[in-house]
Ligand binder design. Structure first.
Ligand code: C2E
Ligand code: MG
Ligand code: MG
Ligand code: MG
Length: 277
């Protein structure tokens, strides 16, 4: 019976794999068309400075409105776009749209507001990345100091020496740099002292259980302490409840982002965050 079960499980598993492969091929064919047909759009999620209570930045999050399949979340299609090499074009589209939007947010008499853009390692580690960023900044006229790029630890680990050069190139332009999903990636921390980073974004997985799980709480405290002694700012991702916020505030976390404050939203809905305090 066990054998029979195993065989069935295998059959089921391979059917699932087939399904997955099929799904993937379909996605691939669709991605190119989607770019041409403008099926992509961006939502923006506020990032809040806990000291001032102000929204100082918005993270741009990519969405795909598929004509038949509906809304497809980025975790489903970005890995495919990376494998196919479409991520360069897609990434450039995101940067251009986000910088254009940020330019529009600036209002005379109000403090400047930034935009944070996720950058895939595949995109970042390609030759011509800096030139692409320059082109977009030139085309949109956005002050580079209003742009932040979010990179993951694995993106930064891909090409050590060149990575540092690229980061410095971005930094001298005034662009802010953040490490996204901090704590989930590479295990060595020594890179933090070589890389010109401004901010660590503590991964949501640590924030989620911070009230109940003492280990997660200890990790968050350690990240905050380390970041501060290195002169970095710390933002906690995925804050959903008030007790999480209070704990983070007590522990000296600088900034937060999460459903407790605001979900990612269309630009039309962001007006209230852009008004004078
Ligand atoms: P991320 O950059 O770490 O973005 C945070 C994700 O957490 C977003 O999911 C956001 O909607 C979600 N989130 C924010 N606050 C909360 C909360 O309080 N609770 C919960 N449960 N979730 C929260 P999203 O938009 O589905 O994006 C997923 C990932 O896809 C992003 O993770 C990022 O790695 C990637 N991504 C999104 N847009 C882009 C893009 O334009 N380019 C690239 N390369 N990657 C992108
Ligand atoms: Mg991010
Ligand atoms: Mg993240
Ligand atoms: Mg992520």
């Amino acid at each position: 019976a066990a054998k029979e079960q195993g065989r069935n499980a295998f059959r089921f598993f391979s059917a699932e794999l087939n399904q997955e492969a099929h799904e993937r091929r379909r996605l691939e064919g669709n991605l190119h068309r989607a770019l041409a047909d403008e099926e992509f759009f961006l939502e923006y999620q506020p990032q809040i400075d806990l000291r001032t209570g102000r929204v100082f930045s918005f993270e741009a999050l990519l969405r795909w409105q598929h004509p038949e399949d509906g809304l497809i979340p980025p975790d489903c299609f970005i890995p495919v776009a990376e494998e196919m090499g479409v991520i360069r074009r897609l990434g450039e589209w995101v940067l251009l749209a986000a910088c254009r939007q940020c330019r529009q947010w600036q209002q005379p008499g109000l403090p400047p507001v930034r935009v944070a853009v996720n950058v895939s390692g595949h995109q970042f580690n390609q030759p011509g990345f800096i030139e692409m960023v320059d082109r977009v900044l030139h085309e949109t006229g956005l002050n580079p100091e209003l742009l932040e790029l979010e990179l993951t630890e694995s993106a930064l680990m891909a090409g050590e020496q060149e990575t540092i050069m690229t980061l410095i190139d971005l930094k001298v332009r005034g662009i802010h740099l953040a490490i996204d999903d901090f704590g989930t990636g590479y295990s060595s921390l020594s890179y933090l002292k070589h890389f010109p980073i401004d901010r660590l974004k503590i991964d949501r997985s640590f924030v989620r259980d911070i009230v109940k799980d003492l280990d997660d709480r200890a990790i968050v405290e350690a990240i905050i302490a380390m970041a501060h002694s290195l002169g970095l700012r710390v933002l906690a991702e995925g804050v959903e409840h008030e007790d999480e916020l209070e704990l983070l505030r007590e522990r000296g976390c600088d900034e937060v982002q999460g459903f407790y404050f605001a979900r990612p939203q269309l630009p039309e809905a962001l007006g209230k965050y852009l008004e004078a305090p």
